[in-house]
Design a protein. Sequence first.
Length: 542
Amino acid sequence: MIRRLALLGWLVLSLVTAPLAFAQGTDIPTDVLSRPVSPEDVLGPSGLSRSPEDPLLRNPSPPMAGPVDPQIYRVGPGDLIQIQVSGRTSRNWLLQVGPEGYLLIPGVGSTKVSGKTLAEARADIIKVMQTHFRGVETEVRLGRPRTFQIYLTGQVKTPGPAQAIGSSRIADVLAEGTMLDNASRRRIEVNHTDGTREIADLVLFSRTGDQSANPWLRDGDVINVPVAVEWIWAQGAVGRASQFELGPHDSLLTLFRLAGDPIPAAEVDKALLVRWKDPFTPDSLWLRLDDVYSRRVNPELRDGDRLYVYYLPQYHVQHEVFLFGEVHRPGVYPIAEGRQRLTDLLRAGGGFLPTADLTAIRVHRLNPNAPTEGEKDPEFDRLLHMPREQLTSSEYARLTTGLASLREDYRVDWTRLNSAPQNLDLLLRNGDVVRVDRLVSSVRVDGAVRRPGILSFKPGLRIRDYLDQAGGMTEKAWASQIRVTRAVTGQTLPANNVPSLDPGDFVWVPERPDKTAWDHIGAILTALAQLATVVIAVRSIR
């Protein structure tokens, strides 16, 4: 009997102390608020604590883009709401919004929170708590955003359901790789379950950071990605000249911002907007950039509109030339085209080193008349591949003139330049490369000589003297065709036209071509034919 009374007393004591223990609140592990949960993982009305092995403490947390804004975030089924009561009594709940959108608070009741902003739900919960507790402070926070389902349709690679969390925006579920090439990025339809619709503009969001173009997602949203069919263009002095899809409310200022705005080199007084009166008739509108940015001139854009922003001529253009070789200060030098000359550059370079060859200052200048790839002159190309004996006099003249016009390297004799009028002092151009060669006190002899090689230069020696130093000509040497390539000019001349050699000159002795038996027979027949012609002419005279 005593044992039965003791057991009954213990049961009564347990029933009395359990609510008191709950009234003191339960400890919620800190990890709980950083992990996703399912309905069965949430603390129920009994307020019992969870063990460390509970799935609530083991699941990873969903990624978030940043803190939730209570004025924007909308509460829905599955959200975890944390309620903390402090003061005369202390309580701590982590509760999940039910499937019907209600939050059930143990010992207090339920309140509808689904569809309300977090700030509105917080105010309602605090109001309900104040009717049940006196002299306490109540804090309401979002413990963890819910995970819900949305649907992707249209021009996406994988149509169908997709997962989102309560803090997701359109850009979180529609990355670039999820859409097809012809998908619209600027007219994405977000259809809510309450019948309302929003338009997402991911291009405007990514280019300008405008969050209004990247709306929040809600439970059950249907996202439809249509085909892009309307286009606008921005060309010229803008940050990102390109083609853009036309957005639903684009103005000229919107196009400027999509294109990265005008760069500093843009001409602010003149820009051109070309639009279409009808499908075949363009119309032009000249405008100032400051009028657009002040919105004095900011027309709404239409399909096919093109914006042209022009560059300021010579904006921050610095012309430069390059000086290398046997000078004291080689390097890159700024110039003003039309004012600086070759002598100015050489003085700026500190003058010549003792090893400089003053007769061989080389100037390399790009030829603006040189044809680029795909722009070759077919007639010139034909002459270039023909043997010399097959060219007529006019064709050969055209070929040599064309080759000379393509020349990009020149040589200057410093001594002659200083003694000549200023018009021989070259005006420098942007990109010119000037190189002062090292003095080469030698003459090269090659070809049909017995000991070809490089010989020491000695003033006053003739070509015949250098040929003798090279061992003389061989039996096959073609003495009448000896050529000399001048070091200063780069020209190749017959030896008879060169009175004296200069350092660096090149003497070439060609071999006499071999004559075959047919060549001799041909010469004999030609002579006989000429003789027969003379005989016939004499007889005719008689």
